[in-house]
Design a protein around this ligand. Structure first.
Ligand code: AMP
Ligand code: MG
Length: 405
């Protein structure tokens, strides 16, 4: 009995190893997952500073209508303007340190500027327009949890802590091997009956999209010698992905040679459509994914099974894209028994709810439907009929969607 979609994914995620930690320059860490908790080593802001262009004052001095002498000036980054003694003010700009003695900032527009003094036009609250030391972040705060993807906001924080290098997990090197006698490379002249090897490119793009490094090994032919040579090469990488040669109709040469090379098969076949003949094995701790050859099946099984595994290896905390409930616009029927990964268009209906509709012919041979889809609906294995308006589980396709990073 093949594993269920969820069992297969659990088995894979439990088996894949974490890649090593390396320190990389701050900008190289952008888009990658931080490998350790980041704890604030200093407060943010570092000192009390002004949130406005205006005057540092003592709130109690600022009765409406009084005039006060301006005894100093502080630009941002300025210092040494002295104390704000009772009955005086210091002119200062946004970001300038609040001078000792002052307990509020009054913005320019709430004063009238006179020669060497100002007139107060509005009352001032104690503490007004002061950004307090540590009000944003206190030392010791765990500000970024291990496994978080570093977006520009996180990079901003790390930069303000003066971190020039950041611990991340090494990018996983992923060998990609296409198999099949019928395959030809994209730069070869068309041969009769030849199928262009598109899978290597598609899988390499998918690997690259999540920050892993594709190593394209080309094509192995459907014979033991060719497969031995290429698969042996592929097993030097951190992960090996093959496509084709694992369906029931094949001579199973890929799995046979993998076994000969010491790859222990963890499972073969998942109760899904498309992608049923997918196999997963381990050589030591090196994961080996044998995906079906059909381009749609290869990409959908990558999306559901390989992508989360690579993210896990690279230390991501969020491995799966969030599933949301969306309304099916039209009824859909399938045979019970396999979970169907339905390629869907995703849109908002009049009520502002997510809704989905089949993106086209769901036949595995139709790549167009994958291109027209923005999401995948996961239709439960045991069900056969889905009614219009019913809620189904959907996730988006694409690597860097805000929701599913
Ligand atoms: P298989 O899994 O070997 O039965 O292949 C299923 C289908 O996918 C066949 O039509 C193959 O020609 C096609 N196919 C296999 N490998 C590739 C590839 N690398 N690029 C494009 N199509 C492929
Ligand atoms: Mg084949």
């Amino acid at each position: 009995m093949p594993l269920s979609f969820y069992q297969a994914r659990e088995k894979i995620l439990a088996a894949v190893p974490l890649s090593a930690i390396e320190n990389v320059p701050l900008l190289d860490a952008a888009g990658r997952a931080v490998a350790e908790d980041i704890v604030a080593g200093r407060p943010l802001p570092l000192f009390d500073n002004s949130a406005m262009d205006g005057y540092a004052v003592r709130a109690e001095d600022c009765e409406v209508g009084v005039t006060l002498p301006v005894i100093g000036y502080l630009p941002a980054g300025g210092q040494g303007a002295g104390r704000v003694e009772p009955g005086t003010v210091v002119k200062l700009m946004t970001g300038a340190p609040v001078p000792p003695g002052a307990d509020a900032i009054i913005p320019f527009e709430e004063t009238e500027e006179l020669p060497k003094q100002i007139k107060i036009l509005k009352p001032v609250q104690k503490g007004a327009h002061i950004r307090r030391r540590g009000e944003d972040i206190s030392p010791g705060d765990r500000v970024i949890a291990e496994g978080t993807v570093l977006r520009p906001g996180e990079i901003s924080l790390l930069a303000s802590f003066c971190l020039t290098a950041v611990p991340v997990r090494r990018r996983v090197r992923v060998a990609i091997l296409s198999t099949g006698d019928e395959l030809q490379e994209i730069d070869e002249p068309c041969i009769e009956g030849g199928i262009v090897n598109s899978n290597s490119w598609a899988l390499a793009a998918a690997v690259q999209e999540i920050g892993a490094v594709p190593l394209m090994l080309g094509i192995a032919r459907d014979n033991l010698e060719s497969l031995r040579e290429k698969l042996r090469d592929g097993l030097q990488a951190d992960v090996l992905i093959t496509s084709a040669g694992v369906s029931a109709g094949d001579r199973d040469l890929v799995r046979e040679v993998l076994e000969e090379l010491g790859v222990e098969q963890q499972f073969w076949k998942i109760n899904i459509k498309p992608g049923r003949p997918t196999a997963f094995g381990l050589q030591g701790s090196t994961p080996v994914f044998s995906l079906p050859g059909n381009p749609v099946s290869a990409l959908l099984t990558f999306e559901e099974f390989v992508r989360p595994a690579l993210l896990k290896m690279m230390g991501h905390r969020t491995l799966l894209k969030p599933l949301f409930k969306a309304r099916l616009q039209e009824p859909f029927s399938k045979k019970p028994g396999k979970l169907q990964m339905l390629r869907v268009k995703v849109m908002l209906n009049e009520a502002g709810e997510m809704s989905v509709a089949s993106a086209g012919d769901q036949n595995t041979g139709i790549l167009r439907t994958l291109i027209d889809a923005q999401g995948v609906a996961l239709l439960a294995a045991e069900r056969d009929h889905f009614t219009a308006g019913e809620l189904v589980d959907v996730h988006l396709l694409g690597g860097a969607t805000a929701l599913g990073y």
